[in-house]
Design a protein around this ligand. Structure first.
Ligand code: F6P
Ligand code: MG
Length: 478
């Protein structure tokens, strides 16, 4: 049930896999080592310090293996059942060296190896090596968070009070206005994926802000090269009009911080507008691709909104470094952020907004395997009106990270999750890796020819930076 066409490989010098394995991953491990050092520095417990030093030496060993192109070694049993699956797959790939191994598997393996180090300790078992980075980047998103909080409050207040949008009067207008709003919120949610920590390791405070404002979003609209939002809207709107009582939307989450914030904006909007009655969020179960959401990241975000002044006035890790001083929030800003806290925690308390972790999301394989190996999860997702997959990695997993021709239809590239799967898929993805499908003839070539697009180097460089995006839909019918 894996595709037969070859996947991207770290040996391919024209692929982003090549740079990732040689340059990006060692930096990510080094940053992880720094983070553990900082925690050790703040720890009094001698046993914890001792174990922390062992963790550092294991991480340094992993980095050495990676940089010296050693064979990937079996993951040591840490008591979790997925280790056996990772190791079985590794056997089948042998001899697998870091610089010549399928990109998708090896990158997942990297994060699973890191988590197995922590899982084998007493004092660091649930330690999230990326938590500091996730929270400090969220702090840096303050201007966009404030802007969106105010916009969100206006929208849902209007939706909930009038049950109509922006005073629309005639019969067709509400539908049109609803569409505009749906597109706007989905695009906010889409571009929230562009500021990702695993990719933008050296992003400055100003860079992040530039990427997140409404101006940036408007300019970026033309960079959505395939946009199936209308199909997704039709599905949700038809279910609503059809009077179906329970209408669930699932979001397979990607990154914490700002992206999770905009995912919740989408979730809250869908509930407030009646386009959905329930939202199921799917987080990861281990620290993953640096910035991915763990259940505790959801809690941390909600807490930050419960006490926004406290959150923004606490000295941030990055604030210390750059000397950035943030002025206190105004009363109106605090009010708007607290409104979000109220709104989302009420949905959460009433069971309309739930988190549902599953270890499948941190497995080493693609989503092509889902219907065969995960019957329960598959059945669960079939209950949903729409399953939204956020971000780049989810897209690579949907398409199995195969080097498809760019014109391959999306429904074909997602294999068993396509026609006949019974699962409605919507991918909201800013492109940060080579694989791209569903493009019109000539589009890949057109963008390659733009400066920095890769030209005729054989590399699809335009798809590596998060500047371009695709929104693709498959309705799962036979
Ligand atoms: O392309 C860089 C990269 O880290 C990929 O390895 C990974 O697929 C992706 O970015 C992670 O991005 P996202 O958080 O959008 O899934
Ligand atoms: Mg991610």
């Amino acid at each position: 049930f894996d595709p037969q066409t070859p996947q991207y490989n770290t040996s391919d010098s024209t692929s982003f896999a090549h740079t990732s394995a040689r340059e990006r991953w060692p930096i990510i491990i080094t940053q992880g080592i720094d983070d553990v050092h900082r925690t050790i520095y703040d720890t009094q417990d001698e046993e914890k310090v001792k174990e922390g030093k062992w963790v550092v030496s294991e991480l340094a060993g992993l980095k050495y293996e990676l940089q010296h192109d050693r064979e990937l070694s079996s993951i040591t049993d840490d008591g979790e059942p997925d280790v056996a699956d990772y190791n079985k797959e590794l056997e089948a790939l042998k001899p697998a060296k870091w610089h010549s191994v399928p990109w998708l598997y090896s990158e997942c393996y990297l994060y699973r190896r890191i988590s197995s180090i922590f899982k084998r300790t007493q004092h660091w078992k649930s330690y999230d090596i990326f938590a500091r980075q996730k929270m400090s980047t969220f702090r840096s998103s303050r201007p966009a968070v404030i802007e969106l909080a105010s916009r969100y409050r206006d929208i849902v207040t209007e939706l909930e009070s009038k049950h109509t949008i922006r005073g629309a009067k005639t019969a067709e207008e509400p539908e049109k206005a609803e569409r505009v709003l749906f597109d706007e919120i989905c695009e906010i949610c889409l571009w929230g994926n562009a500021t990702d920590l695993s990719l933008l390791t050296n992003l400055s405070y100003e860079d992040i802000q530039k990427l997140q404002g409404s101006e940036a979003r408007k300019k970026s609209e033309k960079n959505i090269i395939v946009n199936d939002l209308d199909k997704a809207f039709k599905v949700l709107s038809a279910a609503q009009k059809g009077g179906k009582k329970e209408r669930r939307v699932d979001i397979v989450l990607d990154n914490a911080g700002f992206e999770l914030f905009v995912d919740l904006i989408l979730a809250g909007y869908l509930l407030a507008s009646g386009l959905a009655t329930n939202i199921v969020l799917h987080p990861k179960s281990i620290p993953w691709f640096v910035s991915d959401v763990l259940p505790q990241d959801f809690g941390a975000l909600i807490q930050a909104l419960a006490d926004p002044q406290g959150f923004y006035s606490a000295l941030s890790d990055d604030g210390e470094k750059s000397g950035t001083k943030t002025p206190p929030l105004s009363d109106a800003e605090v009010d708007n952020l607290k409104f979000l806290f109220q709104h989302w925690s009420t949905f959460h308390a009433e069971g309309q907004l739930v988190l549902r972790p599953n270890t499948f999301w941190t497995a080493g394989g693609s989503f092509w395997r889902l219907p065969k190996t995960e019957q329960n999860l598959t059945e669960d997702l079939k209950q949903s009106e729409l399953v939204i997959f956020k971000g780049d990695l989810n897209y690579r997993k949907l398409t199995a990270d195969v080097a498809w021709p760019a014109t391959t239809p999306f429904t074909e590239a997602i294999g068993p999750l396509g026609p006949g799967s019974g699962i409605r898929v919507l991918a909201l993805r800013t492109c940060k890796a080579d694989v791209v499908v569903g493009l019109p003839e000539g589009e890949d070539e057109r963008i390659k020819a733009i400066a920095g697009g890769g030209g005729d180097s054989g590399a699809r460089k335009w798809a590596w930076s998060g500047k371009w995006a695709v929104v693709q839909f498959s309705d799962g019918k036979a």
